[in-house]
Design a protein around this ligand. Sequence first.
Ligand code: NAD
Length: 462
Amino acid sequence: MKAHDGIYLDGAWRPAASRDVIEVVDPADERVIAQVPAGGAEDVDAAVRAARATLPAWAATPPAERAARLAALRDVLTARKDEIAETVTAELGSPLAFSQAVHAAVPIAVAASYADLAARHPFEEQVGNSTVLHEPVGVVAAITPWNYPLHQIVAKVAPALAAGCTVVLKPAEDTPLTAQLFAEAVHEAGVPAGVFNLVTGLGPVAGQALAEHPGVDLVSFTGSTAVGRRIAAVAGAAIKKVALELGGKSANVILPSADLARAVNVGVANVMSNSGQTCSAWTRMLVHRDRYDEAVTLAAAAAAKYADRIGPLVSAAQRDRVRGYIEKGVAEGARLVAGGPESPRERGWFVAPTVFADVTPDMTIAQEEIFGPVLSILRYEDEEDALRIANGTVYGLAGAVWAGEEAEAVAFARRMDTGQVDINGGRFNPLAPFGGYKQSGVGRELGTHGLAEYLQTKSLQF
Ligand code: NAD
């Protein structure tokens, strides 16, 4: 696997000031496949300075030219899609077919959407006797997780560049090779030097230095709620803007009139894909008591089909964390109907597709984000009970509702405290705003709502 031994700074790969390195490991067989620099505060400072120095020129670049660079980026990513999929598979462990269909294809669609939006967005508008200018916020610190390594990067960098911002990216330490490949693509797309910079490194070192840097105007973070809370505190103290995409514990609500087999099968697939490492995964399935036993049988059978198909978790630490939750579920009295805490393979950080029945809303596995292939099935008495359970966590990122009639599902979805709801298995839309209610985050990504995060307004009165 190709790796750069430097950081991408001011348009070129340059040696990092820090001598520390990160070893990249293939989670499927635990082999070290590459090493990359673990940048420090000095590297972050150099990157922020480069981003700040080019900000006036990039902000003044006509939107059509920014759109042209994003279109070129889309084309480079498209040309290199096989390499992207192979790189994600090598460092994240997801099966190659999933890497091709999701990890490579979705970021290409998002880059394409911003190439289009940058060209069409009204960066100026008339409001009565005022002209309102939508100007770039400035230098963006983008801090991303490993679970959708390229998507999380593109969902921040593409709208930031479209808006006229410049960027310093600190990607997750587990998946730096995908970030390096992205930096190569930005370079190939002809984005001017300094507009995009990459510092690979550890969260508490490079990430923290970046979030704290006085030269940063906006911190756009995706990751855990615990780290998001710290970043928000640091940014708040400096009156910096923040956008936070955090954890989730989404509910899949199957109303009595729904096609049960379809709702359960799609629900299980949703949780097992990417080995359950999806912030918006529907990890709580809510089923009416009259159909509960049937749903449990269907879910156990559906989960068993993933036993040979599922990839490993990203790291030994994540594997241990997820196993700990499975043990806790058993200890708290939930009934294991598929999978369990034992390792299904000798090598690699695999966890068996796991389903719990008889989960009650107060159990740890019904409240905390597990981030692994673990589904909890909860029983509800009536619709009000289902709503209480669905809304009864600190999170509110996504969810699903199934019903015989769309209108019935929509009526329920309107009452859910969550940022996105799929109705009867609705399809992904790269233009729909994505983000959380409650402790799932602040701000939105994707489409025009995602672009707006990187803009600030100035009003001229006439
Ligand atoms: P994490 O919070 O540990 O790390 C995310 C990023 O923050 C990484 O780049 C990490 O290096 C960096 N970081 C860690 N400590 C830091 C610090 N003190 N200061 C600055 N940066 C720091 O999360 P993770 O384990 O990598 O990812 C899993 C979490 O991300 C899950 O909770 C998941 O729900 C969440 N997530 C949310 C979304 C969303 O869109 N809402 C998407 C994907 C993942």
